[in-house]
Write a protein that binds this ligand. Structure first.
Ligand SMILES: C[S@@+](CC[C@H](N)C(=O)[O-])C[C@H]1O[C@@H](n2cnc3c(N)ncnc32)[C@H](O)[C@@H]1O
Length: 243
């Protein structure tokens, strides 16, 4: 099977537009306000792979002046429908020419890199995003851990895809979202921490911190593995400092 952007699809865009932060997704976003407050100075933000705008609206609610970009016209249309006053731009893959170089304090990528096919493409995109960061800017990359594809979760199931266990860095894996009407599997690519560390170095970036949020027993969600295994990872990345 060849890999394509499973998000460039009206039904999936509609499902995403209705999705806010249920269940396991709550954990992805729970700690972001504190992380952004700790590492990011300034308010100009770019949301790379904004999808139906959930992550852009999240940034706007935190006070960021945020622009969302995506390569899927269905997603951009959904984002505009949900937030008509927001700024959502359809871009060609890797074309950041409409965006101001060194114009951003923060570039957030929430789940976009889970679907980007190969390491060279990821490097090209990250290097392009790096050019949009100002000197003190940070890229915050939120993505799936390899463990999400081999466990059961409040919001996801992978039990029908035991072959995920054998996936190596860059291999395709499948996961079904339980919180949306669209029950078709999402096809992602699994990336391990060492893959990300190599990617950052190859993109002239430096990993500053990383977080793997765990669920807490007192949270009002039916956690399955979330209290002991982290489904998400958050990387905080900056331009590599020169000696
Ligand atoms: C899983 S969705 C996440 C959307 C949103 N950030 C959120 O958290 O709800 C990933 C999005 O990344 C987009 N994407 C994938 N590759 C991209 C690229 N090269 N440039 C811009 N967007 C991309 C997809 O079209 C999709 O809308």
């Amino acid at each position: 099977m060849s890999f394509s952007n499973v998000y460039d699809d009206d039904r999936r865009a509609e499902a995403y537009a209705a999705l806010e932060f249920p269940g396991t997704y709550y954990l992805a976003y729970r700690d972001l306000p504190a992380i952004l407050a700790k590492y990011v100075t300034g308010h100009k933000a770019l949301d790379f792979g904004c999808g139906a705008g959930r992550s852009t609206r999240f940034l706007k609610n935190l006070g960021f002046d945020a622009i969302g970009i995506d390569i899927s016209s269905s997603m951009i249309q959904s984002a505009r429908n949900v937030d008509p006053g927001g700024t959502y731009e359809l871009v060609e893959d890797g074309d950041f020419s409409t965006l101001e170089p060194a114009g951003f304090d923060l570039i957030l990528s929430a789940f976009a890199f889970d679907n980007i096919p190969d390491a060279a493409k990821r490097r090209e995109l990250l290097y392009g995003l790096r050019r949009l960061l100002n000197k003190e800017g940070r890229i915050v990359l939120l993505g799936s851990t390899p463990e999400i594809y081999v466990n059961e979760w409040a919001s996801f199931t992978t039990k029908d895809y035991p072959e995920n266990c054998h996936a190596r860095g860059g291999d395709m894996v499948r996961i079904v979202m339980k919180d949306v009407k669209d029950a078709r599997p999402v096809v992602d690519l699994v990336w391990f921490q060492e893959d990300y560390v190599n990617l950052f170095a190859a993109s002239d970036l430096e990993l500053e911190a990383h977080y793997t949020p765990l669920g807490r027993e007192d949270e009002p969600y039916p956690w399955v593995m979330e209290t002991s295994i982290a489904p998400w990872v958050i990387y905080v990345v900056k331009k590599r400092s020169r000696a």
